[in-house]
Design a protein around this ligand. Structure first.
Ligand code: 26Q
Length: 812
């Protein structure tokens, strides 16, 4: 049924669309509205137009997509496979339109019908197939791989429900299921011919000295492909998402015929759970069987597909490393290593050692966290139950470490206390392991894998994260993008170092004024959007101070809101001291089971309620927390920001990527020496960055000091006043002790050193205010930030992976 049919005819490969002129694009749009959507223009809804437009744009991807795929085959090129449990891509229509250079014609043609292009693209739901930084990074890297011509595939899961929708009820986070797939996804192509069986459970039988896996369950992985066009459509890669389907055998016809319809369908429903929902944790949740099954489902389907593509063109699997590079986005797909060994040994007759060697040459592992508790571990019992053959392979790998390295490897075990350590597994199975910022990579070497680093020096490398300037500047901030193009010319979109050309302009009053106009436009756009979408009204003449990211103790939204209270108290005491009006924005979700993070959300909302309604201060201070922060909201908030809050406890944020998006849009950073902040500060210059807080070493030292929190609180009158106000119920008048637990934590443990850093943060915030009053100085600093952010393009990151990790040339 899904076999290829051989066709003849002179022109089958040359069926092309005419040029996308105004007339043709109009024809194409109406054609799709009528024949793909089934509507006539007089009755079409916004949704109908959006689907028609998506098809008209998508049509334009097909030729370069086929051409890229065909060239990769014809030239027998190496490919990179990026395995990730998350791809946080957001909306695709506007991005694709821009990358294909069709924004102008699309706007005009829609304009002819009296339709606003922005109104249509804003109808698209976000594809929220990720939690945060790691998922968004995967999406930026896909964009960059296509833009720089790195042949490759993203492999992920086609979750029916992405990250939950967040709302607030009386200030508390409430989660509801997300359903981006309720309506059709016009970007994906179902590929019935690319379906694989994935086995789970069962046991091992030894037949003639050969271990044989007799699985208990089988699910089918069905491929859905989305083309990912690089800038100007010169190269197009594929994002392949796997949906879990029941094996036809699972449907129990006997039961059905006996009238037990529910029971007959149960195994089917079970199979589908594998791609039902994204786990909403940004740190590890231990011991969830479904999560392990999901990780294996992704890994197995992808590795099978990779092997199939290789064997279609080659017969000697020993050449795999010449043509295949597999990148593991954190440990989540780390079971791909044992899976590759399993296929090479059990299905292709390789010896264990050779299979392990080959696999290691193919695999790379990116680490995104230092928190030891966040490194995945699976109990041996669960592993045996779900993946008995893989457990055997991991045990063999464990012994092999000693075989390879002898007594030097003493004490190095993949399995410890009946737990499989996935970080160590990913490490030993990879020829390169990388951290995501210079500081983080240093700490990965010193703190996370010191023994493995000593055994295999040089395996750990750094690749500092980056962000795509197409989405995070050109799409998100058209006024600033136009100003940049007017001043440095075209081409910065793919050669971000050209922003350097703005350095000279940072002292040109006319340019600074023009820059100020773009920032104000972005604020007005944000204000309109917030009013339409959330019913929130904000002033546009204030300093916009933004912290958006997952809610986590180490990211210290608590420090931010505590300072906000201190600021409010000071304004109240001395209303006429010439305060700079500020709007403090918060955005982000807490993992549903993370109680402390949820308390922090509630506190922010409670503070907002009091502060925003205080007649003495409301013209000078507003606290805004729009619910359901996602990629689309980021695209509105970031361009409007003056100040970017990057205030994690030093040594805890692996990199951060929001920090890059803000600086690229001219926001100044208030931040600690953590993650990529360190490098951002080096690039933009220390005079153009508001630094505060303990360093990584000082953090470690302070944590060891007795009663450090009490000592630090004792030193800070401002902080004492803040904590007292909370304790008195100022922000929870109906329940005085609502924040008792939170206060107790600050006083008695304060692992994240909110108290230690409070006064220095306060000092830096006052510097922010003083600097902001000098508009010219502020704008000069902002422009220097933009001019010096070229390094943080994800094109640079991807090129480093190509050279240092994947050993692959560009096809362009
Ligand atoms: C693990 C097991 C079970 C369920 C969920 C998870 C899980 C899911 C997502 C664990 C971690 C994550 C996400 C981690 C993450 O986003 N890390 C961030 O990665 C960014 C890109 O490198 C960095 O910039 C951030 O510093 C880092 O926090």
């Amino acid at each position: 049924m899904t076999e290829k049919i051989d066709v003849q005819g002179p022109d089958v490969d040359n069926f092309e669309l005419p040029e996308p002129t105004h007339d043709h694009f109009r024809w194409s749009l109406l054609n799709h509205l009528k024949f793909s959507v089934g509507k006539d223009p007089g009755h079409a809804s916004r949704y109908d137009w959006r689907i028609a437009l998506s098809h008209a744009i998508r049509d334009r991807v097909m030729s370069p997509w086929f051409a890229s795929t065909r060239r990769t085959w014809d030239e027998d090129r190496k490919r990179v496979y990026y395995l990730s449990m998350e791809f946080l891509i957001g909306r695709l229509l506007e991005d694709a339109t821009i990358n294909l250079g069709l924004r102008g014609v699309a706007e005009e043609v829609l304009g002819d019908f009296g339709i606003d292009f922005q109104d249509i693209v804003q109808d698209e739901p976000d594809a929220a197939l990720g939690n945060g930084g790691l998922g968004r990074l995967a999406a930026c890297y896909l964009d960059s791989m296509s833009t720089v011509g790195c042949p490759g595939y993203g492999y992920g899961l086609r979750y029916e429900h992405g990250l939950f929708k967040q709302s607030f009820e009386h200030g508390r986070q409430v989660e509801a299921p997300e359903d981006w797939l309720t309506n059709e996804d016009p970007w994906s192509f179902t590929r019935p011919e690319s379906a694989y069986e994935v086995n789970l459970g069962g046991h091992i039988e030894n037949r003639d000295g050969q271990d044989l896996w007799i699985p208990r369950n089988t699910v089918v992985a069905a491929a859905h492909d989305t083309p990912v066009a690089g800038y100007q459509g010169k190269w197009v890669n594929t994002l392949r998402l796997w949906a879990a389907l029941p094996d036809a055998k699972l449907f129990n016809l006997d039961r059905f015929n006996a009238g037990d319809y529910t029971a007959a369908a149960e195994p089917e429903a079970w199979a589908r759970t594998l791609s039902r929902v994204l786990y909403p944790n940004d740190t590890t949740e231990r011991g969830k069987q479904l999560r392990l099954s999901q990780e294996y489902f992704l890994s197995s389907a992808s590795v099978q597909d990779i092997m199939r593509r290789f064997t279609d063109a080659h017969d000697d699997l020993r050449r795999l490393p010449e043509f295949v590079s597999i990148q593991m986005n954190d440990t989540h797909p780390a079971i791909a290593g044992p899976e590759l060994i399993r296929l090479l040994t059990d299905d292709h007759g390789f010896g264990f050692s050779e299979a392990a060697d080959l696999s290691t040459q193919v695999l790379g592992y990116t680490n995104h966290t230092l928190l030891p508790e966040a490194l995945e571990k699976w109990s041996v019992g669960l592993m045996r139950k779900v993946l008995p053959r893989h457990l055997q392979i991991i045990e063999r790998l464990d012994d092999r470490i000693i075989e390879l390295h002898g007594p030097r490897a003493e004490g190095l075990r993949l399995i410890e206390h009946d737990q499989v350590k996935m970080g160590d597994l990913a490490f030993v199975m990879s020829h390169r392991v990388n951290g995501v910022s210079a500081l983080h990579t240093d700490l990965v070497r010193k703190n996370l894998f010191p023994k493995l680093e000593a055994l295999t020096p040089g395996r750990i490398v750094n690749v500092t994260n980056g962000v795509t300037p197409r989405r995070w500047l050109k799409l998100a901030n058209p006024p600033l993008s136009n100003l940049i193009t007017d001043n440095v010319g075209e081409g910065w979109e793919t050669d971000l170092d050209r922003l350097r050309g703005l350095e000279d302009k940072s002292s040109d009053p006319e340019f600074l004024h023009a820059y100020g106009v773009t920032k104000h436009e972005a604020k007005v756009r944000l204000a309109e959007w917030l009013k339409d979408e959330c019913g929130i009204e904000i002033p546009t003449n204030a300093l916009f101070d933004v912290q958006v990211k997952r809610i986590h103790e180490y990211k210290r939204q608590l420090l931010n809101i505590l300072w906000t209270i201190a600021h409010w108290q000071r304004i109240k005491k001395n209303p006429d001291a010439g305060w700079v009006p500020r709007v403090k924005f918060f955005g982000g979700k807490a993992a549903p089971s993370y109680d402390t993070a949820k308390q922090i959300i509630r506190l922010i909302n409670d503070v907002a309620e009091v502060v925003n309604n205080d007649p003495d201060t409301k013209h000078l201070l507003q606290v805004i927390y729009p619910p359901n922060y996602n990629v689309t909201m980021a695209e509105k908030l970031i361009p409007a920001a003056d100040l970017s809050e990057q205030i994690s406890t030093a040594g805890m944020e692996a990199s951060g990527t929001g920090n890059m998006k803000f600086a690229l849009n001219g926001a100044l950073t208030i931040g600690t020496l953590d993650g990529a902040n360190v490098e951002i500060r080096e690039h933009v210059g220390e005079d153009n960055f508001f630094l505060f807080g303990l360093t990584t070493d000082e953090v470690e030292k302070r944590r060891g000091e007795e009663d450090h929190a009490r000592v630090d609180i004792g030193r800070s009158q401002a902080l004492q006043d803040v904590l007292q106000a909370i304790a008195e119920g100022t922000f929870s008048p109906d329940e005085q002790h609502r924040y008792g637990d939170l206060l107790h934590q600050i006083w008695n443990s304060d692992w994240f050193l909110v108290a230690s850093d409070f006064d220095d943060y306060d000092r830096a915030q006052q510097e922010v205010d003083a600097t902001y009053k000098d508009t010219t100085r502020w704008q000069e600093m902002a422009v220097l930030n933009i001019a010096r952010m070229g390094y943080f393009s994800s094109d640079r990151s991807v090129r480093e992976y190509m050279a240092e990790v994947w050993d692959i040339p560009s096809a362009l």
